[in-house]
Design a protein around this ligand. Structure first.
Ligand code: SF4
Length: 475
């Protein structure tokens, strides 16, 4: 039995085109559906808590109650691992459907890691180094939650604004003000844009999405743009939509297009109990095996809104929250003909949407877009820290001397960065000068006390640079 399960899990490949083991798909899909009910339906959760076996038998008679219990009960799952380690039980004692479902979750996480570490890495060397620095800064600022950011290099918007108006919108998108229709002229601009971006950034240009601060399905021609994207990159971009139930057949066709050409994970934002019920009724569990259902309404037990954008604490402007941004790169709005360079940031007074927008500019044509992008790369993404130019703190951080190490702290994350004894007074001077954003690197070195080792100070600035905590001042 053990070998059989392993062999089948190794062949799972739910995000590959080749035919899947239908029994595996069925198991994953059924388990996933009850887990989603648990996260989306307070009544189901309550009923499960009082009589799990009866509730499950009514809703999903083919799901193993023990496998479900292990999925929703963290203590039970931890005990299982302990018992396995202590050889109190063997692998054969673990419910097969539990093992299969957990393997499917692991497959998704591994795919996300591949996106972050490989697919989304741009070819352009300055951009590549800049993106790496921003990733490190995100770890420093946001800790392990930064691990979930794929840090896409390029994303498109095919409308200006969004019609949905979610009260929790993390990017505080404004109402729908324009749609980039697939006219002959627009289609030509789109295809040339894709070609140029592909040449400049490599495959990473085709690993973003065709929505960012908007709703893809607001554009009636969304699928035509996706089809061109697929022709250019061989990739069907991920869709996260809060409008999955607007036109069920349209949504179903979109999922089918992905499944037939480039299976991947799509996401439905479930923004009400009615929408949840419609989704469960309209789509079979197997149809949604590669679609995550996000609990995005307050009554959903699994709901967890980030305190960002429209959901930021209105009574505390100084509050520091997370972000939902997941790109360190360019956002191209085709309708507005605008380009912005951004990277995730903690949500604070100056960055209420959890985005650091370094610049936004207009473009007139695909050629002009490429020109503007190259200019931004040159301006904002130098490979090395230039000590003759002004340098400043990119975010809020502190430097602390601890037992011969320089420790950097940012929003609760603390990391020893340099193994060198440096006086606290000197470190305070460095931080103050960096926060002022008006001194060159050389000037900061001159400000330091005489007994501070200049070589160590240079190394410290370089370390801060490598971690994206300082940047070259451009204005
Ligand atoms: S969360 Fe998405 S769908 Fe909702 S308002 Fe914001 S951009 Fe639109």
């Amino acid at each position: 039995m053990k070998i059989k399960i392993r062999d089948r899990i190794l062949n799972m490949n739910l995000m590959e085109k080749e035919p899947h083991d239908p029994e595996i798909v069925r198991t994953v899909a059924r388990m996933k559906r009850v887990v989603e009910r648990w996260n989306l339906d307070a009544d189901f959760r309550k009923a499960c808590e009082s009589d799990p076996e009866k509730t499950l038998a009514e809703i999903a008679p083919d799901v193993d109650p023990e496998a479900f219990r292990l999925l929703i009960n963290k203590d039970a799952a931890e005990k299982l691992v302990e018992d396995l380690k202590a050889e109190k039980i063997s692998e054969e004692d673990i419910p097969e459907s539990y093992v299969i479902y957990k393997a499917s979750v692991r497959e998704k996480i591994l795919h996300r890691e591949k996106l972050r570490q490989t697919y989304c890495v741009p070819d352009e060397p300055h951009f590549r180094a800049w993106r790496e620095r921003q990733q490190k800064r995100c770890y420093m600022e946001m800790g392990p939650s930064a691990q979930r950011m794929v840090q896409a290099a390029l994303m498109f918007e095919l409308t200006l604004g969004c019609s949905v108006g979610c009260p929790f919108c993390g990017v505080a998108s404004q109402g729908l003000r324009g749609i980039f229709r697939y006219t002959e002229e627009n289609a030509a601009l789109w295809r040339e844009t894709l070609r140029r971006m592909h040449a400049l950034l490599g495959g990473a240009a085709g690993r973003g999405t065709c929505y960012y601060s908007c709703e893809g399905l607001d554009n009636p021609d969304y699928e035509k743009f996706l089809s061109d994207y697929y022709s250019e990159f061989g990739v069907v971009p991920q869709t996260t939509t809060a409008a999955a139930t607007r036109d069920i057949e349209r949504t179903r066709a979109l999922l089918r297009f992905a499944d037939e050409n480039d299976p991947h994970i799509d996401r439905f934002s479930v923004i009400s109990a009615e929408m949840r019920d419609t989704i469960f009724e309209a789509f079979t569990p197997e149809e949604l095996v590669n679609v995550e259902l996000l609990p995005q309404f307050p009554e959903a037990p699994g709901n967890c809104f980030a305190k960002v954008g429209r959901n930021r604490d209105k009574d505390d402007e100084d509050a520091v929250g997370g972000t939902i941004a997941c790109a360190s790169g360019f956002i191209v709005n085709m309708q507005e003909k605008s380009l912005r360079l951004m990277t995730p940031f903690v949500s604070d007074r100056d960055h209420p949407t959890g985005e650091w927008i370094l610049e936004k500019c207009a473009f007139r044509s695909a050629e002009d877009l490429e020109k503007q992008m190259r200019r931004m790369i040159e301006t904002y993404m130098p490979l090395e820290l230039d000590f003759e130019k002004r340098v400043g703190a990119s975010c809020d951080f502190s430097l602390e001397e601890t037992d011969g190490n320089v420790r950097v702290g940012a929003h609760g994350v603390r990391v020893d960065m340099l193994h060198a004894p440096m006086a606290q007074a000197g470190l305070d001077t460095v931080v103050t000068a960096l926060k002022a954003r008006r001194y060159t690197g050389d000037e900061i070195l001159e400000l330091l006390p005489e007994d501070m080792n200049p070589a160590q100070s240079i190394l410290l600035l370089k370390q801060l640079w490598d971690h994206g905590l300082i940047d070259q001042v451009t204005e």
